[in-house]
Structure formats: C-alpha cells, structure tokens
Design a protein. Structure first.
Ligand SMILES: *Cc1c(COP(=O)(O)O)cnc(C)c1O
Length: 468
C-alpha cells in the first residue's frame, strides 16, 4: 500500500515510512493512495472472530508487506492480551436499538490504548527490520501521554519523553504516567502550561540537526497507523448487529477527529454505515461546521470532557481532502486560509456532501451531567463525561429507529471521579489492577519552561540507552 499527502507534494511512502514519519514533509497528512475494501462475503466471514484476529484482518490491507500477516496477528494478539475484558471491546445495550461499545478496558482506561498498544509493537517490528531506533517526544494534558508511555515502556528500540504541565494535570492522569517504570521512559514536568509544553515539543522538532541526531518521532493522532488500528472496532460492532446485511450508525465523542475518521474509513471500505454522529462539548466547532458550514475558531474553554477541549481537529484535513475530490493543491489552499483567518472556507458542494454522512451534535457541561444522571437512574450504567456525550448524540440524532446506533464509550468512569460523583452520587472505584495507583511511587523531573533543558534531558536518556 502506498501513501500520499493531503497537500499533494510530499514523497509517496509505504506503511512503515508513514508510521515513522507522522506528519508529511509538505505539512499534510498521509492517506492511502486507494481505499481497500471487503465484499459482503468477506465481511460475513469475519463474524465471531476473536477481536485480535479480526483486527489483524481489517488492518492487513493498509499495512501491505510492511509486516507479514503472521507477525501482524502476533502483534494484535499481544496488544490486546493486556485488556481487562475477555471481549476486548464489549458491546452494552442501553435501550432499544441503542448500544455502547466500551473501548476503555486497556491499561490506561481510555480508548487511546486501542491504537497505542498496537503502535508500540509496530514500531519495534519496523525498527528491528531497519536496525534503527527512535526517540518519541510529546506533550500531554491527559490520555495520550499515558497511553503512549504504557505502549512504549520497555520497548527495545524506542525512547520516550513525555512533557506535562507541572501541577496542572489530574492526579489519576499524572500518576498513570509517572508510576510506570522502565529505563526508556522519562516523565518531565514543565514549569508552565500545556501550551508551553507543546511549544517546547514544536521547537525541538523544528531544530532539524537535533531532530536527525535524536531520530525524533511522534505518536500524536495525525499518525496514520493510529487511525488504522481504530478501524477494526467499528467492524466488530457492525458485524455483531447484523452487518453487512443490516445498516448501522455510529455516534463518536470527538476531539481531533481521529476516532470518527476511522469510522468513516470503515464505511469507505464497504461497511454499511448509514450515519456518523459527531459529539462535541461546548467547544463545538465541529457541530457548528456540520450544521451551518461555520468552521470558525473560538477560544478553547475547559469542560468536563477534557479530551475533547479542542478547536482545531487535526484529522479533519483528511476528510477535507476527500470532500475536495482528493485535490492536494485545493486542500493546501483551504488549510492556508484557515490558518490565516481562523475560518475554514469549505465550498458548499463539498459541505453538502459531508452532510450526507455526518451529523454534528454538541452538549454543554450541565446537559452532560444530566445525561450521566439519567443513564444511571434508568439503566444503572455509569458513563464517563466523554462517553455520555456520545450516548446523548446517539439518542438525539439517530437516523431511523430501525437502524441500530452504537455510541463509542471512550473512557472508564473511574478516570473522572468528581464528575461521576456530582452526577450520580456514586464513587467509581478504579479497576483492581489500578487500585493501588495512589500508593505507587512517582518518577518525574521538574524542568524549567526552556527547550534547551528538555533537549539536554532527552540527549541524556537517548545517549544512555543507545550506549546499551
Ligand atoms: C482522545 C479522546 C477523545 C477524542 O478522540 P479523537 O480521536 O481525538 O476525536 C474522546 N474521548 C476520550 C476519552 C479521549 O481520550
């Protein structure tokens, strides 16, 4: 499989190249040159497969010969062996024709584990084949950093440094990063905000000699390999509810648009998906776009669902490229205009085309709390604030009562104890294997808000591990 950039002027790469590159050299995002698909008979043959086996089958056409099929199957098997549920991604019925698919049974209790656990192992495979190493550096305010650390801990060819703003993360989220011990991990608390952390990461990547010396790489959600690993659970849910012989719809709580883009890809591959409902909190740029073609940036306001506190959804560019007929120059021009003006000018015909598939939905914090309370009262189900937005979106915007709708449940409620207690009066205990999280020792270094200090720490980590 060959990959091209959404902006049309970066080198064509294979899957391994895309995995290591992340962003394309022209500033665009990589996408497959052609979309693979499965026939109805091929979908039917996947019904009832164990999840890791299904995942390997669905991912295989995107990976091509970068990873042999047997190796891919061992990678997905190992990736999901650490999940805390025998079904990996259990489907829970909440109402007539309304389901939640739980994507949060991995080691960090959020859906980022679904892709990250596969990604860490893909890195190992591809780097071993090339006899190379990488240093991953990233900034996090929440789920991505802990999922990346869990996925990379102890990997032979990867060093990883994750920056978080000192004293400004939730205790659960920080401890999920800082209590992991392995010689290839470095947690760095920056004396600054999350934006300061991101600026430091950007300046390290902008320093070309340093980037080459360190073999810097990223695992943020623009990495195509992450999208690939998020397609299979849409297939699993649809097949369980009757596809390919029955249509389904999905509702997805959305931030960077990676998760719902994976659902769109599953549809593009021939899965009968009648509608994709995009859920947002009060940071509602996607809902405004889908209802009124108004993609205009406003300040990000904190909410009960912090992983969706985003204004510019980086993966949207992939969908834009498709909506513009895969015209890289046109995509680059729209993105340049967006950056310059804070408003994305999407031609009306392209916007109407997207409206045939996507529905936008936004819920503020008070309504999110009310939805968590209602669900608990009526069904006993405890949905975290992100998942509750997905479930509310599924109820509000389902296309047809005859079409089952599946809401993606993206985080375990125990990650958000205050919000859950406020809505339900219930304490949500951490699952058994994380029950001692608050007794474990934390490891992190506090560094000033200065790229040179972080560069020094990274050089020390990489130097020690490359020396063996
Ligand atoms: C990352 C995240 C999201 C948003 O996913 P995107 O792929 O960025 O749209 C939603 N919920 C939770 C709990 C997350 O961690």
């Amino acid at each position: 499989m060959r990959y091209i950039s959404t902006r049309g002027s970066a080198p064509v790469l294979d899957f391994a190249g895309v995995l290591l590159a992340g962003l394309a050299e022209d500033g665009g995002l990589y996408l497959p040159e052609t979309w693979p698909g499965f026939s109805p008979g091929e979908w039917r043959a996947m019904r009832g497969l164990p999840y890791p086996e299904l995942a390997a089958r669905v991912m295989a056409p995107f990976i091509g010969d970068a990873v042999p099929p047997d190796t891919l199957r061992s990678i997905t098997t190992a990736a999901y062996a650490g999940f805390n549920h025998p079904a990996t991604v259990p489907l829970v019925q909440l109402d007539r024709g309304l389901f939640a698919m739980e994507l949060f049974h991995g080691p960090t209790l959020a859906f980022k584990d679904m892709a990250m656990q596969v990604l860490g192992r893909l890195f190992d495979h591809v780097l071993t084949a090339r006899d190379a190493r990488v240093a991953i550096v990233g900034a996090t305010s929440g789920d991505t950093g802990s999922a990346a650390i869990e996925a990379c801990a102890g990997r032979a060819r990867v060093d990883i440094a994750i920056l978080h703003p000192h004293g400004r993360t939730s205790d659960v989220q920080r401890r999920q990063m800082t209590t992991v011990t392995a010689p290839n991990i470095r947690n760095i608390a920056i004396e600054g905000t999350f934006d300061d952390c991101q600026d430091i990461v950007k300046s390290l990547f902008a320093d070309a000699p340093f980037r080459r010396e360190m073999h810097l790489s990223a695992v943020n959600s623009i990495n195509w390999a992450r999208i690939t690993a998020q397609i299979p659970y849409y297939v699993a849910a649809a097949l369980a509810l009757g596809a390919p012989d029955r249509e389904v719809a999905f509702a997805v709580p959305t931030g960077n648009f990676g998760n719902v883009l994976a659902a769109w890809v599953a549809r593009r591959m021939g899965l009968p998906v009648a509608r994709l409902i995009v859920g947002s909190n009060h940071n509602d740029i996607l809902a405004r776009f889908l209802t009124a073609n108004d993609m205009s940036v406003r300040p990000v306001l904190p909410s009960l669902s912090p992983s969706m506190d985003i204004q510019v959804s980086s993966n949207f560019e992939r969908l834009l490229f498709e909506a513009l007929g895969r015209d890289g120059a046109a995509t680059a021009a729209v993105m340049a205009g967006f950056r310059a003006t804070g408003r994305m000018a999407v031609p009306d015909a392209a916007w109407r085309g997207l409206g045939g598939v996507f529905t936008g939905f936004a819920l503020d914090d008070a309504a999110t709390t009310a939805e968590i309370a209602r669900l608990y009262r009526e069904t006993g189900y405890l949905a975290d604030p992100h998942s509750a937005i997905g479930i509310a979106a599924a109820r509000a915007a389902r296309p047809d009562p005859a079409i089952p709708v599946i809401a993606m449940a993206t985080a375990h409620p125990a990650k958000f104890p205050e919000a859950m207690r406020a809505a339900t009066g219930q304490d949500c205990p951490l699952p058994p294997r994380l029950a001692d999280l608050f007794d474990r020792a934390e490891h992190f270094d506090v560094l000033p808000n200065d790229p040179a200090a972080v560069a020094g720490a990274l050089r020390a980590l990489v130097g020690r591990n490359r020396a063996g």
